[in-house]
Design a protein around this ligand. Sequence first.
Ligand SMILES: *Cc1c(COP(=O)(O)O)cnc(C)c1O
Length: 415
Amino acid sequence: MTEATIFPQLEIPNTLAAGPGPGNTDPRVLQRFASAGVADHMQPDVLRGMIEAKLMLREVMGTKNVYTFGVAGTGWSGLDVLFSAVQPGDKVVAFVNGTFSGIDGLTLRMKAATAEELAASPLDPKPASVVVVNVPHGQSVTGEIVEAALAEHKPKWAMMAHWETGSGRINDIQGFSEACQKHDVMGLIDAVSSLGVEDFRIDDYPGVAGWASCPQKGICCLPLTYAPVSFNDRYIDSLRKTGTRTFVHHPILEARHWGIIDGKDVEKGTYHRTHSAYAVAAFHEALRILLQQTVAGRAKSYAFHEAALRDAVTAMGCEVTSNMTSLVVLNLPGALAGREAELVQACRAKGFGIWPTLSEPVQVRIGILNLLNQQSITDIVTRFAQALKDFGAEVDTDAVLKNLQKHYDTAVAAE
Ligand SMILES: *Cc1c(COP(=O)(O)O)cnc(C)c1O
């Protein structure tokens, strides 16, 4: 008999998570996570926590949609629930302008493919009923692009990422919603990167029938908790008629544990699947923090700190091509072009967790999720300047830091 290998305890260091996500989890969230007692998923306080989280989530998302709740897992879990109403043969237009909307498009192609179409190319089906509109990396999806495609194809569903994290671009949600309304299309939005970062209310976009986000970006709740989703009545009515081939990711069934039954709030949830008391406690606290800071307050803070970082990397000779406020996506100074992956790797080896783009062209991405203070931004700027210098770029770190200090001094003076 061979001995079982037992590895030493797993130690994971604390890094500066300065990427597109996950963001730094608030200590208060971790404290609630670790302080929750062992309790099963039908224990009254766990069920109450889920009801309260559902009500807070409606505030955070700005909606009266009854079907608003959390899906256990990550962003893709919420998106899988969002796309679950799409049936084989359904007509869909998907707008793709980067890595993540690209995967959303793939998911939709899998859902809308007929059995024959799926078997013809199981991992990358190309169903005749799905039109993918590709917008080049670094550009936003505009209302005009959406309007033209929906006018031409008249689909049942349309999909767009609100903020495309792959290229750091904000897409035109107003134009998308208007085009969906005009052409009687049900809009589906990937709001994984925007919820909790931008100040918006989903009810202001009536052309959008369903939304999905994630726990670990704007909600700051990584300890594998809940991906927020929300559906309007039209989506739910459509799903009631067609049904869908999933139990666990069925929007109507999954909502039951959150106390949503037959389109109405009920006092307590009924069993759908096991929920973790730790996850419920953590998610509940993350939503409390967000509402205490307010969505508008957080959005303002992101814009302010992103501007500071943007100015600093521009002063180092980088070119920023993004317009999201939780992330800068940049081209390195000309002399370092082509060395993006190598530079990112060198930073990551030192616990400075920045990212390259995951699809062409290769660029560098630096994020500030839940790093909204002068000290964190200064730390990021200092480390990035050093990395550029290590690669042979000429950077006047003192001048860059002096300018950064000025950004913060001016803000204090203005208050
Ligand atoms: C991060 C991200 C996802 C994927 O989320 P996971 O939590 O990794 O599953 C999907 N869409 C967008 C726009 C994202 O930014």
